[in-house]
Structure formats: C-alpha cells, structure tokens
Write a protein that binds this ligand. Structure first.
Ligand SMILES: Nc1ncnc2c1ncn2[C@@H]1O[C@H](COP(=O)(O)OP(=O)(O)OP(=O)(O)O)[C@@H](O)[C@H]1O
Ligand SMILES: [Mg+2]
Length: 307
C-alpha cells in the first residue's frame, strides 16, 4: 500500500506502479505529488471523476510572433505532464517541424504526420509516433505540411479539419497540445478551432505586447465564429531574466493587465533548454536538475492544479 498527497489537494491510497523518472521528478519538486500515481490505481470513484474531468483537454500553444518559446513550451510542458503519468499527445502544427525534431523524430524520414490526417483523410491513430517518454505521443510534421495551408483553401469546412481529425483521440489522452506556427494562417486557425484553451508564451522583451492584441483579436474571432467553447487565453512568460529590468517591467505590465490568466510560474532563460532540442530530448531527459526543467515541471503542476 502506498499513501500520497496529490497535487489536487487530497490524499488517496492504493497499490502503485512507480515510474522512476516521475519519482525522480517528484523528489526534485516535492509539490509534484501527482506524478507518482498511475491512473489505473485510483482507489475510489471520486478520484476517477477528477481524472475523467481531465480527459481530452486540448491546448493550443499560439503566438504569431516567431521565436518566443512556443515549441520549447510545447515539448517541455507535454513531457513534464507525461512524466506525471498522464497521457499526452503533442501535435506539431508547424511545417518547420521543430517540435518533431525536439522529440527526437526526423521530419524528413517520418512516414505519417499531421498532413496525412488533415489532407489525406488518414485515421488520426495511424499518424501517431511514440517518443522516448512512454506517456507522450507525437503527431509529427512531415515536410509536405508546408503545402497544407494552400491545399486546404478550396476544401469545405477547412477550419474544422483538425478538430474533426482528432475528435476520436480526445478520450485517449488527458492532454493534447498543439504547437502552432508563427503565423495566423489556416494551421493556427485549425488549432484554435480544435482547442479548448489557448496558451500564449510571451517572451519578456520590448515588443512582446505589440503582437498580443492581434493574437487576442484572432482568438476572439475564432471563439465567435468557429469555436464558442474556446476558453480565455492563458499566458506564460518565457526567457525571463530576473537581472534585467525589462523582463520585470514586462512581467508587471502583463500581470497588471491579465491578472490570474498569467501563470505564476515563469520560464527563465536557461541555456540547457536551448541545447536539449539538438539532442532530440525534452529537458527532463536531458538535464532534469536544470532551472529550465524545474520551471517546466512547476508549470505542469500549476496547469494541472488550475483545471
Ligand atoms: N527559456 C529559454 N531559455 C533559453 N533559450 C530558449 C528558451 N526558450 C526558448 N529558447 C530558444 O529560443 C529559440 C526559439 O524558441 P522556440 O523555437 O521554442 O520558439 P517558437 O516560438 O516555437 O519559434 P517559432 O515561432 O519559430 O516556431 C530556440 O532556439 C530555443 O531553443
Ligand atoms: Mg516553434
């Protein structure tokens, strides 16, 4: 028997299968209690109900501004949640394929990906690729995704293609993350139509807020016209440098304006986060002791705690 206080704030007991990575993560971050329980070991209906509530939560990670940390957040947040014994799917909606490479999968040799389910009508299950983390799956970006925006133009209900394609997967995963390209084209619109909520990584720099109003206008338009269930937008501050006045000013301004929609957890600028993709690994497999890994584990905990 094993007793543990979970991140949700109540305790449960049961026989547990312990995932060594999750165990290590929880040792580093004592508050990350939820990580060590396998879902099939929930001991009562109330626990199952909490779990069921999380089924199929779809989060679009969007910002039309380039290089703000969308992919770094998509890869490392999904990996951190998967290390917490939750089933996660990351869908690489960006033809650049950075989330695909970041998880150690080569877009040039990948056989099936998002293109095939958006354009080719392949069943979404067939496009799923496994990753180094057992609970994290990927629908990758193959090179032909670059043509998808143009090919979709003449299709009927083109804004709903991703939503329809992944409908069958919502019951299979606790969280589905959509890594968007740096544009507000059809791929991003498809992600906003498929999502329940939008997570905006905001880089702590001078022009950070400029593009935000344009993004929020697009999100509102998507909510009005395509996806009434789309919830408000959450913001996570990325590449934060506490020694830099500008980072603090941006933080103050964003928090004053967006209040509780801004995650308390801030992602610092951390060189290990920028190194990890070249090894095809999320940060928790590359350097779990780094500040970058700890911040994404904390973000994962805060996200789950918010639900
Ligand atoms: N917290 C961080 N600390 C240090 N480097 C970071 C951090 N977050 C991201 N980077 C680096 O900054 C660059 C841009 O990050 P990333 O690719 O995640 O941004 P993006 O918004 O997905 O970019 P794009 O708009 O091109 O898709 C990458 O080289 C990444 O490794
Ligand atoms: Mg990216």
């Amino acid at each position: 028997m094993f007793h543990v206080k979970r991140g949700f704030g109540f305790s449960i007991s049961g026989v547990c299968v312990i995932n060594p990575l999750a165990m290590f993560a929880s040792l580093l971050l004592p508050g990350l209690g939820f990580v060590i329980l396998s879902t099939q070991h929930f001991s009562n209906q109330a626990d199952k109900a909490v779990f069921v509530h999380f089924m199929g939560h779809v989060i679009s990670i969007s910002n039309q501004k380039g290089g703000v940390g969308k992919t770094t957040t998509a890869v490392n947040l999904s990996a951190s949640i998967a290390a917490g014994e939750k089933d996660c799917l990351l869908i690489d909606c960006d033809p650049q394929g950075n989330a695909t490479t970041g998880l150690g999968v080569d877009p040039t040799t990948l056989k099936q990906g998002l293109y095939d389910i958006l354009i080719g009508d392949m069943p979404s299950e067939a496009a799923i690729t496994e990753t180094l983390l057992p609970r994290l799956h990927l629908i990758g970006a193959t090179r032909n995704l670059i043509g998808a925006e143009v090919e979709m133009v003449s299709m009927e209900r083109k804004e709903f293609r991703l939503r329809n394609a992944i409908a069958a997967l919502r019951q299979r995963y606790d969280y589905i993350f959509l890594d968007c390209p740096p544009s507000l084209g059809f791929l991003t619109v498809n992600a906003l139509t498929a999502a329940e909520s939008v997570l905006v990584p905001l880089q702590c720099e001078y022009y950070a807020l400029e593009g935000l109003s344009q993004l929020l206008t697009t999100v509102k338009a998507a909510k009005r016209g395509l996806n009434p269930a789309l919830r408000l937008t959450d913001i996570v501050l990325t590449m934060y440098d506490s020694r830099n006045n500008l980072s603090r000013q941006v933080e103050d301004e964003v928090r004053a304006h967006f209040k509780e929609r801004v995650f308390k957890t801030v992602i610092p600028r951390n060189v290990r986060l920028s190194e990890a993709p070249s090894f095809g690994k999320p940060i928790i497999l590359y350097d779990i002791g780094s500040k970058g890994a700890q911040s994404y584990l904390a973000l994962a905990r805060e996200l789950i705690g918010r639900e």
